[in-house]
Design a protein around this ligand. Structure first.
Ligand SMILES: [Mn+2]
Length: 483
């Protein structure tokens, strides 16, 4: 693990460990796809930021997981039934003019080195390749084509009407909105090549992504190390009179300086009542003495990100009321950590946080009945999600937790200033409002979330974000010792 500290991000990307891992991922996927299937996975599209300027490019998670390639405009094809070469990568051709404008494109050799796939061709070969195999012919027209007999198994499947075209999609299937371009394309192929069946391989890829390899664990660990340093920098920058964006800048400066590609998700730096906005995206407010600052931020390192939230007093000391809410959230997280083990369901962990928070809210006078749904006024989200290439990573939450699963536990309580006035004016709610009003006035504007990242192992929880001060005592000691 510590060896990685010495490597730059680029060195990690070209190291052999990732390529070995990629080869294993593709081998497992091909086993499950079976010999009658051809899988096509595309790189992410470019997305417009403003007129003729694009957003910073981010690779499609499934494509990255299977190829390790960050560059755009590529396509991966897997043909598990082939006798010899089963894996094909199609990359945009070298082009001096395009490269003058937008940077170097990968050579075939670089594509091979990064992906570990021997068969690298240019994108101009993709359609002829697919047209040949989908219509039942071997792909022969290319000087680097595999031997004709390599394709026999899939070509027999085409002949017998058993051939399957599998795609891995980047978005969930929906009744409305735009259809994924890859799915539109696959359906068009089905129309052009009768007998072909389109299958959705997304779930297979997601199931693989749910269990982290040693390589992926080392990336998450590195993301956590950088994010820990960043949180400490944010805690040093937070003080009365400073702006929220100063905290955000201090955090993100650490990412870039330490070789992280970017934030793993937009940083949340909300002070005062802004801490009650779950995905507070602005960062402009001037912090006041007595405020809590909620920071939800983590670094994308080598396409992996953890997820960490801390809430701390900008003046260094919690008020009595803040401490009461804070300790309740902390207790909820501690209790959920205690039940996080192999075989537990993610929902078991969430329910544990609910039980603790319900009892505590009743004690504090913020609800009058712990048996119903009143607590949802103040605890408004789930506590557990997976981590990985996506910060809210893919995976089936009905599957019991297993070694290699990476996830967060993130309970929170948010006393939104408008929470009571926006409740529907039912008799039940009016009664609720009347009874909790005194406690509401006491805690109004307090928002607390505590979020940590873990990888489950056979030996228990590997607590990746343990280094960020978390208990009241740890937080106050750190804030008190700041220069
Ligand atoms: Mn989270």
């Amino acid at each position: 693990m510590h060896r990685l500290l010495l490597l730059s991000a680029a060195a990690v990307a070209f190291g052999g460990e990732l390529q070995d891992d990629l080869a294993r991922r593709r081998a497992r996927l091909m086993e499950q796809l079976g010999p009658d299937t051809i899988l096509v996975v595309r790189s992410a599209p470019h997305r417009v930021y403003s007129l003729d300027v694009d957003h910073e490019y981010r690779q499609d998670s499934n494509y990255y997981y299977l190829t390790g390639i960050e560059d755009p405009d590529g396509t991966l094809v897997l043909m598990p039934g082939n006798a010899g070469r089963k894996q094909f990568l199609f990359l945009p051709p070298k082009d001096a003019v395009a490269e003058h404008w937008s940077g170097k494109r990968l050579s075939a050799e670089e594509g091979r080195a990064q992906s570990g796939i021997a068969d690298v061709h240019t994108t101009a070969d993709l359609d002829p390749f697919l047209e040949a195999v989908l219509s039942g012919r071997p792909w022969l027209q290319h000087r680097r084509a595999p031997r004709p007999a390599d394709f026999d198994s899939f070509l027999n499947a085409v002949e017998g009407g058993r051939a399957r075209l599998a795609v891995a999609l980047d978005q969930p299937l929906r009744m409305s909105g735009a259809v994924s371009p890859l799915l539109v394309w696959a359906n068009e192929m089905r129309d052009r090549f009768p007998g072909l069946t389109v299958v959705n391989a997304t779930r297979l890829v997601h199931a693989l992504r749910q269990v982290k390899s040693d390589y992926e664990r080392s990336m998450l660990t590195r993301s956590a190390e950088i994010s820990t340093e960043a949180h400490l920098a944010g805690m040093r920058a937070a003080r009365p009179g400073a702006r929220e964006y100063e905290v955000k800048a201090a955090i993100e400066e650490v990412y870039r300086r330490r070789g992280a590609l970017s934030p793993g998700y937009p940083s949340i730096t909300g002070s005062g009542a802004n801490a009650t906005i779950l995905h507070y995206a602005k960062a402009e407010r001037r912090m006041d003495a007595g405020d809590l600052m909620l920071v939800d931020a983590a670094a994308n390192y080598g396409y992996y990100t953890v997820d960490i939230t801390r809430t701390y007093p900008v003046s260094g000391k919690f008020s009595a009321a803040q401490k009461e809410i804070y300790r309740l959230v902390l207790e909820a997280q501690n209790e959920a950590m205690a039940v996080a083990r192999v075989g537990a369901k993610p929902y078991d962990l969430h329910r544990k946080t609910e039980d603790v928070i319900k009892a505590g809210l009743l004690r504090l006078g913020l609800i009058t009945d712990a048996s119903g749904e009143q607590f949802r006024t103040w605890y408004t989200h789930g506590a557990v999600h997976y981590l990985g290439i996506d910060v809210h990573d893919v995976g089936d939450s009905n599957v019991p937790l297993a070694a290699g699963h990476a996830f967060v536990i993130e309970p929170g309580i948010y006393i939104r200033p408008d929470a009571l006035e926006t409740l529907a004016k039912t008799d039940e709610n009016l009664e609720f409002i009347r009874k909790v009003k005194p406690a509401f006035e006491k805690y109004k504007g307090i928002g607390v979330r505590i979020e940590d990242s873990y990888v489950l192992t056979d030996g228990g929880l590997d607590w990746l974000s343990k280094g960020v001060p978390r208990t009241v005592e740890e937080v106050e000691a750190f804030m008190g010792a700041r220069k």
